[in-house]
Design a protein around this ligand. Structure first.
Ligand code: M6R
Length: 610
């Protein structure tokens, strides 16, 4: 996830771009850059790290002087996906006379790069983005028509992207396209002003009317107006402008009440980014890891904390079931001091949203020092863990602001499931048919993660009924056991109510003694995995008068309350359907209790101390 901005107008372009990027910093901040075009001179400024580093750099540049006030510019704040967060890889990317910023991923960039290299184009970065500017110039040099060249360029791109391009050949114009990644365009408050941004927060205060572009709308803007057309058939379009929200906070939250709510709602989109370039119809691809990563590996050991541990526990089922590799999982703070036996035929997998959690980081160092192959599944590139591990797979969830992890968990689980399939293929233990079916299912995950109004409304209603009592048990079997743990963790961290996750079959070995009407059982009852077994476990609790809230696609007559999820054809899709219900239920209970949903008491987003 990255953020892009663009500006045409007579105000201080540098200031507008920088302020806009600051509003988008939550989308990524490992490097940033702007480009301005004035007097037919194209200047770019880039810096690694946060926007303030770029700002410092700019304060020493000629751009700071009034007489050089530019009137057209584009900017970018980056969340690295291809290539390290260096200045060379930072956007904007330059050609000979043009310049581009891009949010998204160009899946076929390798083929396009090879094609362009074969006709003499030189690349300076490791990014997928740089091909866009060279491809544009390649077509422009052929037909001397910028609009045509832009359309020809975007027709060649596969993946998800929103792009802003400026060129000395048409020095007053910004070329734009939206396909998969967000892009908003606004008419500024001053005459002839046009503004672009990945979300509306940078536009607030500078404009009143905005268009949130639909996919495959592209166009050209200058101070005389904006031409919109369809990227597929080039037909002109007239999108409807709407009124911008007037608060930046609510714009950053996309109109949601809390960042947690926004992050729950955006899971359906971010998992698409987690899969981009990594899934085709027949195979799973991870360019970032060695093809032979599982050679001589007889065991996978996963280590993590909190929610990441729950994603790891889910993966431990999938690694054994799909990849046929023995898998164990440890809580990082326990692993560090248990004097673990580490053997070199073990692949050590650390999972961490932040890449900075002290216990997981130390566990990773221990494994590395013991000579194990190490891999980290992480959301933050260039974090301490990604710098240490032999291999990194980024989850690409974008910045998660709510302390309670939501999209970090769903993206981790999707990536780990893809890894299980990838390893299975490497080890030749999965048939092509089964792999294809799993891939088809994977592609349905975004749909399962879409929040349905009726589920959200149900959680709002249920939240009233679960504010008292002496505690909650979340129960499930198989991968629904880690999901139960995650449901319980979500509830306790933001509602401060006591909740435990338990394997359903284990309740009768002790915890069932607690059962009475004041004990709330949240039962995860998937249709496609051990339904009959979990059903009898729930019946046992119901017989002892526990209040049952069943989450299931199947009706269950003994339930006191019921959240009915959509019917699907695979237990992993049920997993994601139920995840949404669990996240919403805890959030609504927390809201009803008047708690600070995004910053619950006693917690921190990143736990960098032991
Ligand atoms: O950044 P990490 O994934 O390593 O963080 C691990 C835990 O601290 C984190 O998942 C924590 O449990 C969350 N607050 C859960 O919502």
């Amino acid at each position: 996830m990255c953020g892009i901005v663009g500006y045409i107008g007579k105000q201080n372009t540098k200031e507008i771009l920088i302020n806009g990027l600051k509003e988008l910093e939550y989308r990524g901040y490992d490097s940033a850059g702007i480009a301005v075009l004035q007097d037919n001179k194209l200047d770019t400024f880039k810096a690694t790290g946060k926007i303030k580093n770029l700002e410092e750099k700019l304060s020493n540049s000629t751009l700071n002087t009034q007489q050089l006030m530019p009137n057209i510019g584009i900017g970018h704040t980056r969340w690295a996906t291809h290539g390290k967060p260096t200045e060379l890889n930072a956007h904007p990317h330059l050609g000979e006379y043009s310049c581009v910023v891009h949010n998204g991923i160009i899946e076929n960039y390798k083929d396009l790069k090879e094609e362009l290299e074969n006709v003499g184009y030189k690349f300076v970065s490791q990014t997928d983005t740089e091909i866009i500017v060279h491809l544009f110039e390649f077509y422009f040099d052929k037909n001397n028509n910028a609009k045509k060249a832009f359309i020809q360029t975007i027709k060649r791109l596969e993946g998800a992207y929103s792009i802003l391009l400026i060129t000395k050949k048409e020095p007053n114009k910004i070329f734009f396209i939206k396909h998969g990644s967000p892009l908003a365009i606004a008419k500024g408050n001053n005459d002839g002003e046009v503004l672009f941004a990945s979300s509306d927060a940078p536009l607030i205060g500078l404009a009143n009317d905005v268009v949130y572009l639909d996919d495959d709308i592209c166009g050209i803007a200058d101070e005389n107006g904006i031409d919109f057309f369809n990227a597929i058939d080039s037909k002109p379009l007239t999108p409807t402008f709407e009124t911008l929200p007037n608060s930046k906070q609510s714009a950053q939250k996309n109109g949601h009440r809390f960042f947690m709510e926004k992050e729950i709602y955006e899971q359906s989109d971010v998992v698409v980014e987690s899969m981009l370039g990594r899934v085709n119809d027949e195979n799973i691809l991870f360019d970032e890891i060695d093809k032979g990563i599982t050679d001589n590996i007889n065991e996978i050991k996963i280590c993590a904390c909190g929610t990441s541990y729950h994603a790891g526990l889910t993966a431990s089922y999938l690694f054994e079931r799909l990849s046929k590799i023995r898998c164990s999982i440890e809580i990082a703070s326990e692993f560090r001091y248990k004097e673990p036996l580490l053997t070199k035929d073990t692949l050590f997998v650390a999972i961490s949203q932040s890449g900075e959690t002290a216990d997981t980081l130390e566990a990773l160092k221990m494994a590395k020092n013991a000579g194990l192959k190490t891999l980290v599944v992480c959301n933050v590139d260039n974090s301490s863990m990604t710098r240490i591990a032999d291999f990194t797979i980024l989850t690409r969830a974008g910045i998660e602001k709510g302390v309670a992890s939501t999209k970090a968990f769903s993206t981790q689980t999707v990536v780990l499931w893809m890894m299980a399939l990838y390893f299975a293929k490497q080890k030749n233990v999965i048939s092509n048919d089964v792999l294809k079916k799993e891939i088809l299912t994977l592609k349905k995950v975004p749909d399962s993660l879409k929040v349905e109004n009726k589920i959200h409304e149900k959680c709002v209603r249920l939240s009233k009924r679960y504010l008292h009592g002496h505690g909650f048990f979340f129960i499930g079997r198989d991968v629904f056991f880690p999901l139960a743990l995650e449901g319980a963790l979500k509830l306790k961290e933001i509602s401060y109510l006591h909740a435990e996750g338990y394997p359903a079959g284990e309740m009768k070995h002790g915890p069932i003694a607690l059962a009475d009407p004041e004990l709330f059982t949240i039962a995860l009852m998937p249709q496609h995995l051990h339904y009959e077994k979990i059903k009898s476990n729930v019946e046992e609790l119901s017989a002892r008068d526990s209040t049952i809230c069943a989450i299931s696609p199947l009706d269950f007559e003994l339930a006191d309350d019921f959240i009915k999820t959509k019917k699907t054809d695979h237990y992993m899709l049920e997993f994601f359907e139920m995840l949404i219900a669990l996240q919403l239920l805890s959030m609504e209970i927390s809201i009803r209790l008047g708690n600070d949903v995004d910053m619950p008491r006693n917690l921190a987003k990143s736990v960098t101390v032991e």
